[in-house]
Design a protein around this ligand. Sequence first.
Ligand SMILES: Cc1ncc(COP(=O)(O)O)c(C=O)c1O
Length: 506
Amino acid sequence: MGDDGQHAVTSPPVAGRPGAAGPVGDIAPEEFRAHAHQVADWIADYLTTVDRYPVAARIRPGEIAARLPAAPPEEPEPLAEILADVDRLILPGITHWNHPGFLGYFAITGSAPGILGEMLAAALNVNAMLWRTAPAASELEEVVCDWLRQLLGLPAGFLGMINETASVSTLCALAAAREALTDLRIRERGLAGRADVPRLRLYASEEAHASVEKAAIVLGIGQEGLRKIPTDAEFRLDPAALAAAIAEDRACGWRPFAVVATVGTTSTTSVDPVPAVAEICAREGLWLHVDAAYAGSAAIVPELSWALAGCDRADSLVVNPHKWLFTPLDCSVLFTRRPEALRSAFSLVPPYLLSPESGGRDLMDYGVSLGRRFRALKLWFVLRAFGRTGIIARLREHVRLARSFADWLDAAEDFERLAPVPFSTVNFRYHPPAVGPSGDPAVEAALDRLNERLEQAVNASGRAFISHTRVRGRYALHVAIGNLRTTAEHVARLQDLLRELAPGLT
Ligand SMILES: Cc1ncc(COP(=O)(O)O)c(C=O)c1O
């Protein structure tokens, strides 16, 4: 604005033109164009040759930082030099999640359409805090989340919104659940120092993700406010134990308020019995949040739609397209049937953000963040470029590859599968009969050490990357098929590696 409060009329900025304190404006458009072409070529080359890199970075902690200048640059540096340093300084420190041999944690894909969406989102750089500040981003988010709802088979009435991670989505859902205890007026009065508020409790299985416990910490419920419910032989929450825990807690003066059921637990991808849990929640008046961060996407495949059975009764549900739906990090969709509870928890509108024309759908009202990236754009690209049929074929292929790997393990005398394989994740361990029988504490300890070394050896090979977890206390090797470039050849490569490396470690 000019001194008189009017908008100053200026000529368009000339990039790099000298100003009083040095050059002003952005990099020259021609320079940007040339480098943007280079970056596009770089990305296309990377995606076609990523298989040639060792999957895990071969560096020690601190090595990358030590190679970088400790102080910021005083003078401008040419883009060409910065780009060259990506190859020289950054790539050696990359563990390649987009590598087809990346089979650890929940393997993911930054797919080509998703990358294009992400590039455009950076160029537009809209902030979708209000409908007014980003009409297309706000409306595309609504539409694309509704497309995902339909693909997942959830009923109309679930409203979707995009957060950065499932951890944040779960936090927001549980904040809404807490806010739904309207008589306690926690939003205004807080929890600390109040004698009139009973201790609040939420429930999740012992296999639930740590993000549930973190949410309990952040929301002032505390770690003791999360009661972990035992699971059955297939790692699924035991509904009878849940019902008993709620009754016991009520009798002891706790106030139960929410249950988190998991569809696809982090370690074994088990699926909690949501229909039975929903029944208990309805009876007890508790908020039901479903964490389907990984396995929710599976429900797009007709023969896996059972995964979300009963979820139509959930108050909220999270699915991460950045896990098993080929969308570059970050993209987590939180669905809720009770958007008004999220609004009650989070809407706080200072005068400078008043925008009556939005019709009540300003995204800032549904979460912690004010500023919001245009994440819907990449999800739109992904859903359109693959389509329902393309997504189904790809997810099916991942499940087929995981099952073929599980079959290979089952046929091997010296490998042991440690959990069922409902989706595309397999937990197992190397157990040569000579080490001794399972269950013997000394044997179990030896197997833990052996498998830890096997994991390290596989990862040091650079040809595949796997991770680990504990399954009923046992050190388990964890393989997840989730990258679009992973083929039967990569699974066979892992099998060869295991065969080659394991015997030498005993
Ligand atoms: C079941 C489950 N829920 C939540 C999360 C957390 O996801 P995010 O990294 O998006 O917070 C994970 C991560 O693997 C998970 O496995």
